[in-house]
Design a protein around this ligand. Structure first.
Ligand SMILES: Nc1ncnc2c1ncn2[C@@H]1O[C@H](COP(=O)(O)OP(=O)(O)OP(=O)(O)O)[C@@H](O)[C@H]1O
Ligand SMILES: [Mg+2]
Length: 146
């Protein structure tokens, strides 16, 4: 059974990772891939006085996001490794929802595990934009962990 587990490092996504691990533990043929998608939120990049963001700044932020993402994947992978479950990690740059949906389709996963909410601020809705888009568009079974 091919399982794709999505993590943004949030509390809710760690809960999803734990649920995925306790599910995979009981399967003989589980093949788990952990995905984290990093992106450059240009709204938080303060531009130079002339309004332009230099390539150098973008490159530095890109590097930082990539490093942060790697750490999140290592942390989440530990949860599987502690249970002796083999896990692959996937660090991709792009739009989180689109990238996860593409990977879920391309990789022909049987199950996608995702947290209901993530790092976003507004908690009024049950689902965040990523979990909502993934639940709507992915053809595999989706497990949304609350
Ligand atoms: N960049 C990402 N890479 C991998 N998985 C992600 C990413 N962002 C979110 N997820 C997954 O989606 C789940 C729900 O997060 P989502 O981003 O939809 O909610 P939110 O952050 O609360 O809201 P929003 O992002 O819409 O403000 C997370 O628990 C995580 O499993
Ligand atoms: Mg989010």
């Amino acid at each position: 059974m091919k399982i794709l587990v999505c993590t943004d490092g949030s509390e809710q996504s760690i809960k999803a990772v734990k649920k995925a691990a306790s599910t995979a533990e009981h399967l003989e043929d589980a093949s788990v891939t952990l995905i984290h998608v990093y992106y450059l939120d240009t709204a938080i990049i303060s531009p130079h006085a002339d309004g332009y963001v230099t390539g150098e700044i973008l490159q530095r932020i890109d590097g930082e996001k990539k490093e942060e993402g790697k750490k999140k994947l290592v942390e989440a992978a530990k949860i599987f490794e502690e249970k002796n479950i083999k896990v692959n990690t996937l660090l991709t740059k792009g739009h989180p929802a689109t990238t996860i949906i593409e990977e879920a389709k391309k990789g022909k996963y049987d199950l996608v595990v995702i947290g209901s909410r993530g790092l976003g601020g507004l908690k009024k809705l049950l689902l965040g934009s990523v979990s909502n888009a993934v639940a709507q568009e992915v053809e595999s079974t989706v497990m949304i962990v609350k």
